[in-house]
Design a protein around this ligand. Structure first.
Ligand code: NAD
Ligand code: TYD
Length: 344
């Protein structure tokens, strides 16, 4: 991280910090580095929820700005105040990108370009980009796991827009010498996960005695990682990663959707009758798997949270925090910003 690693207090711009991974990142960072200062820039789309960060809102080292990463005026103003950008903001749900890809290109590609341009104009700010394993496309059952040398070969509008963003990040490194790093992580799970994604949707449905919709035959395989392991990896890349490099982060937990569903049913004392097989996702990626040996060798990072234990804790979190997800289901969470900040 060059000169900023030696600073007593680092000033961070976290984009998308009101979402699932970004809010967990802010909580993690404020705990690990209580002298650092964070600006959270988030537009509060449907997945942006300030109730994810209630415990940070009175911290004098934390500031929330409601704004759009595509808006150069807003971004340029904040850029002058920070040393490091950690860029999470995105439209993140594959199914939504199938319904309407326009906003994915606007936010994920153009929004990333605006941030890179502003970081360059502000003197070349250190930039960490959060990407996904989905940019690599998908694997057959016997294929070796993705690593940093895998070509970008996306297959959904979501992953195509994330691949576009990644190309821009590398372009700013090569062309403008912007000090960037990139992480490609596999599927995250954990607390504050918006209940449209498989794990939180299934857990909250079961808590309400509703069935769980498995796409197709449930044969698709994902590699699950706890969000805290991901964020610790991002921290290590920021602190120890080589500029211009990409690091793959994964959980080492490949499991089919059906096997995962059965595990959730078992942990929640429910039976198979709660499964509803529904129409498959168009272009449904068959399998993701990540080889994280570069992060292990260069950074000493590896995932630490056992999958079954992490899943159990996550289920407990959803049981204890019913109000959090019920306010999402009712839409009440969207009023929280007005209540706290008193404006539209
Ligand atoms: P999320 O949808 O929960 O959060 C995204 C956040 O970005 C929201 O708070 C939203 O309001 C904000 N946002 C959207 N458009 C914005 C804009 N124009 N300006 C400012 N803020 C905006 O997503 P997540 O699951 O937390 O994912 C965060 C990042 O991690 C994304 O870049 C995603 O591609 C990447 N990622 C996610 C996973 C995963 O399993 N969830 C895995 C690997 C990588
Ligand atoms: P998701 O959580 O949307 O993550 P991603 O598509 O980014 O991997 O989905 C994880 C897997 O679960 C994916 O193979 C699609 C499947 N799935 C279902 O079977 N049912 C559902 O209701 C959802 C949301 C996903």
């Amino acid at each position: 991280m060059g000169d900023i690693i030696n600073k007593k207090s680092i000033r961070l711009l976290v984009t998308g910090g009101a979402g699932f991974i970004g809010s967990n990142f802010i909580r993690y960072w404020l705990k690990e580095y209580p002298d650092d200062k964070i600006v959270n820039l988030d537009i509060l789309n449907y997945a942006g929820n300030l109730e994810n960060l209630k415990d940070a809102e009175n911290n004098p080292n934390y500031k929330f700005v409601k704004g759009d990463i595509c808006d150069m005026g807003t971004v340029a103003e904040i850029m002058g105040e920070v040393d490091l950008i950690v860029h999470f903001a995105a439209e993140s749900h594959v199914d939504r990108s199938i319904m309407d890809s326009g906003n994915f290109v606007r936010v994920n590609v153009e929004g990333t370009r605006v941030l890179l341009e502003a970081a360059k104009n502000a003197g070349g700010k250190r930039f960490h980009h959060i990407s996904t394993d989905e940019v690599f496309g998908h694997l057959g059952p016997g294929d070796p796991a993705f690593n940093e040398r895998a070509p970008l070969s996306p297959r959904s509008p979501y992953s195509a827009s994330k691949a576009g963003a990644e190309h821009l990040v590398r372009a700013y490194f090569h062309t403008h010498k912007l000090p960037v790093t990139i992480s490609n992580c596999s599927n995250n799970y954990g607390p504050y996960h918006f209940p449209e994604k498989l794990i939180p949707l299934f857990v909250t449905n079961l808590l309400e005695d509703k069935k769980v919709p498995v796409y197709g035959k449930g044969e698709n395989v994902r590699d699950w990682i706890h969000v805290d392991d991901h964020n610790r990896g991002v921290d290590m890349i920021i602190k120890k990663g080589r500029i211009g490099e990409t690091y793959c982060l994964g959980g080492g937990n490949e499991i089919s959707n059906l096997a995962l569903t059965r595990m959730i049913l078992r942990l929640m004392d429910k039976d198979e009758a709660m499964i509803e097989y529904v129409a498959d996702r168009p272009g449904h990626d068959l399998r993701y798997a990540i080889d994280f040996s570069k992060a292990r060798h260069e950074l000493g990072w590896e995932p630490e949270i056992d999958f079954e234990a992490g899943l159990k804790n996550t289920i407990e979190w959803y049981k204890k925090n019913k109000e959090w997800w019920q306010r999402i289901r009712s839409g009440a969470y969207q009023e929280y910003y007005n209540k706290q900040y008193g404006k539209q």
